[in-house]
Design a protein around this ligand. Structure first.
Ligand SMILES: CC(=O)N[C@H]1CCN(c2c(Cl)cnc3[nH]c(-c4cn(C)nc4C)nc23)C1
Length: 282
């Protein structure tokens, strides 16, 4: 009888490797096509030497173990992995519309409809992850990709891959950390509610809420929850209300994710399909 669901053993020659999509500390991500199925994928190549040097092999194994079991439209799929003498290869879903932060940089800030649609999709993805006891998926703009339909996808594996023109402010940024992490307290899934609030603010204003020149100043603003809403661009009171209920110092007081999905601003602005299409009026 056929092996009980014997996972396919992938080898590099199963793929035609194309252009590089991004480059990072541990290696590159390439566009690739699986020869038998003609499926387009993103092939993340990590150097064993780099992994060993940074003692992250066990973390990579854990990340791959988690990621390979996740199935959600707003979480980038990990189809499989393989390795050879010198490298580890991750076979990832290819997100055809690339990195969200590039789009945010280009647009300066997103509309309320676009922001609410993304925030609702991410809240659903986080509810799914928390249901699987997976937390802290590090949802800063750098780790968000956009699929062919315009749907948002969480793409982090604990290894951020630097693309060619990486945003300077993000390297080692504190911006997305909640007070309990900045104060080195242990953290639980409430951290994701905080990060989603930071992301919602940055989508609407184009800058994160506690941004400052010095790390020490950002740190002070986070622990104090020094939340200020600029006059420009105009943002509705309902949006500010949602952000204010997520960026709360006491983690237990933060608006639970299912309540985020019921918030009037989300209900009125998020596209039910979870996809933001430019210029669609109704
Ligand atoms: C945090 C992170 O992993 N960043 C990137 C590097 C490329 N990689 C991709 C991954 Cl892992 C998956 N799909 C991608 N699609 C793209 C991309 C598409 N366009 C038009 N431009 C780009 C770039 N990149 C990827 C992830």
């Amino acid at each position: 009888s056929a092996h009980a669901n014997q996972e396919k053993r992938w080898v590099l020659s199963d793929f035609e490797v194309g252009k590089p999509l991004g480059r990072g500390k541990f290696g590159h991500v390439y566009l690739a096509r699986e020869k038998r199925s003609s499926e387009i994928v993103a092939l993340k190549v990590l150097f064993k030497s780099q992994l060993k040097q940074s003692q992250v092999e066990h973390q990579l194994r854990r990340e791959v173990e988690i990621q390979s079991h996740l199935r959600h439209p707003n979480i980038l799929r990990l189809y499989g992995y393989f390795y050879d003498q010198t490298r580890v290869y991750l076979i990832l879903e290819y997100a055809a519309k690339g990195e969200l932060y590039k789009e945010l940089t280009r647009c300066k800030h997103f509309s309320e409809r676009r922001t609410a649609t993304y925030v609702a999709s991410l809240a659903r993805a986080l509810i799914y992850l928390h249901g699987k006891h997976v937390i802290h998926r590090d949802i800063k703009p750098e780790n968000l990709l956009v699929g062919v339909q315009g749907e948002i996808k969480i793409a982090d594996f604990g290894w951020s891959v630097h693309t060619f023109n990486r945003r300077r402010t993000m390297c080692g940024t504190l911006d997305y950390l909640p007070p309990e992490m900045v104060e080195k307290a242990e953290h639980d899934y409430h951290v994701d509610i905080w990060s989603l609030g930071v992301l919602c603010y940055e989508f609407l204003y184009g800058v994160p809420p506690f941004e400052a020149k010095e790390h020490s100043e950002t740190y002070r603003r986070i622990v104090k929850v020094d939340l200020k809403f600029p006059l420009k661009p105009f943002v509705s009171p309902a949006a500010k209300d949602l952000i204010s209920q997520m960026l709360v110092k006491s983690s237990a007081q933060r608006l639970p994710l299912h309540k985020v999905l019921e918030h009037p601003w989300i209900v009125q602005n998020a596209d039910p399909s979870g996809v933001y299409r430019e210029g669609r009026s109704v």
